[in-house]
Design a protein around this ligand. Sequence first.
Ligand code: LLP
Length: 408
Amino acid sequence: MDSNFTIQNLTSKALVQQFGSPLYVYDEEIIKRQCQTITAALQNSFDQGAKVLYACKANSNPNILKIMRLNGIHGIDAVSPNEIEVALQAGFLNNQITYTANYMTKEEINYAIQKGVILNVGEIDTLKKLIEYKAEVIIRLNLDIGIGHHNHVNTGGNDSKFGINLMWKEQLIEIQKQGVKIIGLHQHMGSKIMKKDHDFYLLGIEKLFQAATQELDLPYLKYIDIGGGFGVKYQEYEEISDLNILFSEIKKLYDKYFINVKPMLFIEPGRYLIAESGYLLCTVQAINTNKQKTFVGTDSGMHHLIRPALYQSYHAIINSEEKQIEPKLVTVCGNICESGDLLGIDRNLKVEVNDVLVVQNGGAYGFSMSSNYNLRERPAEILIRDGQPYIIRKRETLDYLLANIVIL
Ligand code: LLP
């Protein structure tokens, strides 16, 4: 459906005229709404016994993290030292940050320990390196249950590089005897969990609670971290989870297993908090028709939003303006020299050269997964706050792209 598309009453065309194309635009009201919905739903079931940590890999612009902090998000799940730095810059405290990197280097371990963030460790070898520090850690388990919209984002089971399998439980207890204090258990099963996945997801949660209470002896347990993964709607037919229902089911399991010790429950949503607030605006440069297909070529592409190319993910694309022309079946593509550089395949669009297209649900894993492939700049990022647009990241320049080059 084409329409005159606005973000807090600003038309996409005006935003592109003012700030250039392509452009990432975030609507602060939608971020606030998502923060509010998830924190309220969690509190309904867990009261003060649970916390929301934003998995900032989804979008690590510090302004976004700050909005999260000011809207009830309790902490950050970081996966690199730089994400920790950004979380601190956004005003989160060290002890509000979990560090869930995988295959950490010695330098990263030193850094994380010195910063006093909460380590979340998913390999026995990494745990062994922590013995000398007598570190307190959360253990990331792989309990053989993985869910996700694509194999690449399914993080449980035998094909996943993440987490410690319970077949190593003796080693875990041995490492604990040697001075590493296991203060929490963690599991992240995968990304984009929808209503249809609930039963399987809850099975995974139950396995985690069983591991904490029946399989492992954990005298120092204070946290139980069930990861992120809560989905949003990318297509009309998709059904998202009712978080009130989902969290109340989790609470029932929690009450069944945690009778004496009551660890703080963490959730780590990324996509849920930021996906729907973000739009990638791009401009049609040329329309190219071959014997079978029509390609609508834009000034953006897989270097700015890799999800369609990497996971065949669907992002709705609309024309920013109402058009009085016939719709056509077209494939929207980018300007990168790869045949897989497609943003939307076989879409019914009313579209002409110079139109501004709006790629929806671009807030999560959009900019944060972007690249400079073909030596192209990344777009600027704009935040719409109280009806006003603010630049929160400048468009890149050639100088920026070449800043680290050493010419021989
Ligand atoms: N916690 C851990 C340990 C994670 O690995 C992730 C995501 C999250 C939390 C947040 O998951 P979320 O709530 O956003 O689903 N690039 C992919 C998603 C990869 C997710 C990686 N880990 C995509 O664009 O779909």
